[in-house]
Design a protein around this ligand. Sequence first.
Ligand code: GAR
Length: 203
Amino acid sequence: MNRILGVLISGRGSNLQAIIDAIREGRLDARIAVVISNRADAYGLERARAAGIETLCISHRAFPTREAFEAALVAELRAREVGLVCLAGFMRVLGPTFVEAFPNAILNIHPSLLPSFPGLHAQRRAVEHGVKVSGVTVHLVDCQLDAGPIVVQRAVPVHDDDTAETLADRILAVEHQAYPEAIRIVLDRRWRIEGRRFLSEPQ
Ligand code: GAR
């Protein structure tokens, strides 16, 4: 796997920013070739432009089928020789057209300890469920939602006075550490998949 990243976003892009900062500060040896958003108003596109990174907006609405949308994403990433795709708040479910184009080379970050609370509003559902610990998961992407072998997990305690918003803020701060770390593990270490398990050798 090469060190050329393609980052897919749909919104704020704070995890994108964390990756940009880690590269700039020399904590992550990689290059972001392109940031692609499916929404033209995603603030993350501004962050990318400010960092001098090429941006593209590819709206799923412009395509007749999910397969056609995904094929367009794949073509743009391949044209830039992207080796590792990082989903950073990309809120479209990706199917086989995309996932099979980058086998074991797509990462996603999710604001819970998967397999708890996949899907939307993970932080709110954690508070409502009354769990005492939630957290962050970075995992390789397969064709199921918020599934796939887990590369990094970090726990975040849930306090009695937490709201969805306060918990989300603390989880987000941990996400910003965990995502660059997971990318580093995938790029820098020798690793293998056994069943569902991502197993890496120490550096
Ligand atoms: C992050 O909390 C990320 O974990 C979540 O969206 C947010 C994006 O924030 N992703 C998912 O819920 C994926 N299922 P950002 O745009 O500021 O990086």
